[in-house]
Structure formats: C-alpha cells, structure tokens
Write a protein that binds this ligand. Sequence first.
Ligand code: ACM
Length: 624
Amino acid sequence: MPFRFSLPTRTFLVASAILLGGRVALAQQAETPAQRLGLIPLPREVKTSAGTYSLPQKISIYAVSPDERNVAALLQGLLASLGKTATLTTSSQAAHIRLVTASVAPSPEGYQLAVGAEGIRITAASGAGLFYGAQTLLQLLPPRPAATTSVPYVRIADEPAFRWRGAMLDVSRHFFPVSFLKRYIDFLAAYKLNTFHWHLTDDQGWRIEIKKYPKLTQVSAFRKETLIGAQQQFKKPEEFKYDATPYGGFYTQEQIKDVVAYAKKRYITVVPEIEMPGHSVAILAAYPELACKPGPYETWTMWGVNEDIVCPTEPTFRFFEDVLTEVCALFPSSYIHIGGDEAPKTRWKESPAVQDIMKREGITDVEKVQGWFNRRIEKFLASKGKKLIGWDEILDGGIPASAAVMSWRGEKGGIEAAKAGHDVVMAPTTNLYIDYGQNPQPHSPYEPLMIGGYIPLSKIYNYNPLPKELTPEQQKHILGPQANMWTEYITTPEKVEYMLFPRLLAVSEVGWTPAASKSYAAFVPRMSQHFARLDAKKINYRVPEPLGLDSTGLAASGEKAVFTLRSLVPGAQIRYTLDGKLPDETTELYTKPLPVPRNRQLTVRAVTIAPNGRKSPPAELLVK
Ligand code: ACM
C-alpha cells in the first residue's frame, strides 16, 4: 500500500515528556486520620473517633430503592470476595450496613459515610454517591478475608472535584476481550472514575459490529500482520519487519450492550469513539468507494498517521450517519466521540471532489473542510439527542459551542476551547498519557516494549486540570481530566495493568480531589497501603523501583557516597549490586545506608522485591 512515511505525532511529543520528567521527592508528613486510613482518592472531610465497629461474617444490608438495591447487590459481590455473606433487608433496624437516599452534598455524586456503634450508614442523593460511599467503605476493610473485621469509627463527607473522571482504552491497535473490559471498568469504579472512553475504531482495526455494514467486521476488523518492535527505532519503512500473523477481533452489538450495562450498574458512562475523518483506512479496506482515490486499501499493519483517509463526500456522510445511528442506539452517553485528530489533507488536496465541495461551500483552505465535515456530523448527532466531543484538532476548522473538546496536544487546545465557550476534557500527553513510560531511562531494557516517554506518578499526581490561564468563569467549562491508554505496544491485559497501576491511583486524585487538598508527599504513603489491595485482585501492577539512588547520596562528604534506600511497597525487600549485574533474590539485601566508594566508576543497582515475589525494574546510578 502506498504511503508517505510519517512517525506518530505522539512520538514527537514524547521528547518533551522526557525533559519534563522529574524525580520523586518525598517529605515526611504528619499523619492525619485520612492519611492513616489510606483512602484513595482522598475524601473531602474525614473525622475519626475512638472505637471500631465489628462487622460480622454474615452481613445484612438495608436497601429499598432501585439504586440502593443495585449498590447493595454490588456490595454483596465485593464483600463475598472478602469471605463475607451479605443479604439484603428492608428492615433498617436489623441491618449492619444502611444505604440511604438523601441529599448530602452539592455534587450529585457526593456521599456521607458514618461508622459508629450502631453500624455503617452511607447516605447520598444518587446511586453514584451510594456506590462511591461503598467503595470508600471497602477501603476501610482488610484487603483479604479475615477472621475479624473491625471498621474504625469514622465520619466522612465527600464529593468529587470534577464531573468527568475518565480513562480511555484503545481496543483497535490491540483487542481486549469483554472479560477484561469489565475488569478495566471495575478498576475505574474502585477509584471513583466515572467515564470509560472506548476507542473502538482506528486504522489498525474496526471493533464494533454495525449491522448495515457487515464488511466492517468481516474485513476492517482484521489486519494481515503487525509490525514487530517499536516503530520509532527504525529510520525508514524498508527496515520494518512484520510478524506474518493475522490479527483482529470485534465486539458484537450484544457484547457492546453487555459492557454498557455492566458499566452503568457501576455508574460509569461509556463514551464510544468512532474516528473520522482520519484514522480510517480500515474502513477503506472494506469500502474503498469512500476514499478520494480508487484503492485497494488494507487495514494498517504499522503505527502512526495514515494519509489514506475517507473522502468528505456524500457517500461518506451516509456511511457515518448510518454507523452513528446504530452507535447512538447502543450507547446512552450524551456524548459521542468522533475522533478528529491527525487527519492529513494530502488526499483531499488532490481530490477534484473535495475541490468541488470547497467551491460550493465557499471554503478556501482545505484544512477548513474538516470543520465543515464536523459541523454536519454535529448536526446529525444533535438530531439524535447527542453531543459531539472530539480531539482538539476539531477546533481548527470551526465547531459549534455545543461541541466539547478533548485536549491532548498539551493544554493549549483546551484553554482556547474553554475561552470560546466549549466544554473541555483535559487529557494532555504531558501528564495523562498512561501508555507513556514509567522509567526515568527511556526505552529501559527492563520495561515492556512501549512508545517511550516518561510520565511518573508525580507528574500525573501534580497535574491540575484547571489551567491558570482561565478565569473562574471559563474554568467552569473544564469537565475534568482523562487518562489515555493507547495500545500500539500494549498487547495484553497484563501489560495494560502494568501501565495502569499504580498510576491510576494518581489519576483518581487528579479527578476527585481539589488541587488545594492535594499533596504528592502525602499521597505516596496512602498509595503504599494499596499494594496489598492490588495483590488481592491479582493486578499486574508495576512494582516501583527503590527510592534514594540520587544526588542526596552523592552529596555525602568523604570518600564514599552514602545511599539511604527505601521501598514504596510495605514488606518489600531491597536487593542491590555494585558489579553491574541485575539484582535478584540472591544478591545483597539492603539493611542500612549503603556506602559506595567514589572514583571507581561503580554502578549501583537496586530492585524492590515485593512480598508477592515480583521485582521492580532496577534503579541505577553511576558513582564516579
Ligand atoms: C491522539 O493521541 N492522537 C489523540
């Protein structure tokens, strides 16, 4: 297939992420009750008092309204994994846990949780609030089945900072089964995110059954093979090697409905993304008549930005209107994401059909044709009662104020959009692209293959979705933050989990906790209390490398540098080497500050070995 070689735009953006990557700095913090309880996201208000409530093995939950009963049923399942049997009751008196609907906070998602001698009471105006109260309660319980369960007396009043707390998963570049999508939704729910952005279509595979266009799932859902290795390591396409293995998959409409219903029960809105007009060559593989130039085309086998995109002609509008008609019926979300990013106009410039459109519509700049295209799609979505959201490129061609913008090329698009009156989701590559690396060494051999970059926990945690450039009035247009998981190199559920954890915990507080209440130094020890919870759920989190191999140790006076190391994982060992080998269970155990002679070019390497036996990538430092 003919193409002009272009690197993914996101790869260029990686460089700035590397430069901005900061080292973790920690300060000792006084322990507040909220700190001690290890709750994530940090609630607004936590008051503890002396005493604990003993939760029996057989629990009864008071629930009457449909939302109360839904949350009670979810709690039942979650408590079962802690070895408890829960039954629902409509008698408040006999209950150990009471779910009560009443207005408690300005935000509809707010809740109050009270634990005292009389038991546990969660009060909220909505099912979502009750659910978040239940999630907080679970974090007060031990991570695994225990003989006794003592819940500390506490009064919590809580509500989120932002309405949109999102995470995107790209299922086009790699396909993930429904069972994993549900697990992903459970992850979001546990940390009080409320939006699952489902990136369903792209050049490398179309993943949603559309009844009117069966070739989308017969042809566009599959590619003949996949590029081997990280694309950015090659200078030109002639160097590319492919795996000669067909790849693909799609979700039936029944499966889509199942995922949407599963998410809805957990108060998560699923926002589908149908990419247009760019990232659309998989469509052309099945329906080449939608291109500006005769095909054939094939579903893409490499990554990046493809110049072969749909032509903005009437058959293409008919196609997307038909597709969106089915999509709107499947997804209750008020927003439908139409992509809009990375749509090169190479083919449009060459196309007589596009020139005719420009003449007819009085458009002089081919780039603006995308704006005209988007406005028509926006009108169509409005006719279905839906709102359009798209990547920040949709601003370039002009778009009605009712359209929302997802700012990914930094915050600039989001700021411009909010100033122009659009609602905005902040998902900048600089802070919230969780497919980017977690290792200060780019392309470390101890990390899975990935797109590159460096977005450590601190970089995510310290992100404030409210840009200072906006007035308080304009800031009201910021719906909230979203983390994006692109999957060019993330081939399996295990790798998704590795990229997602523990960073999801930082994302959680970016969305839930007001900036003024956030402190990275206070977050880290709370986060540490969650590794046992992640273990109980068998989550393949990235074990953080030991901290302390840094300039503080080098600053020691005398002939030796002295490093004080510590692990973020409770109960973990730190093992090290000075001979360049990779530390493991057999190398030196770190027990006290480590002196390292200077002037011998020694590389200190240290790993965390978690209680479950899993190792971190090594922290490394050359002592000169
Ligand atoms: C994007 O990362 N191309 C939205």
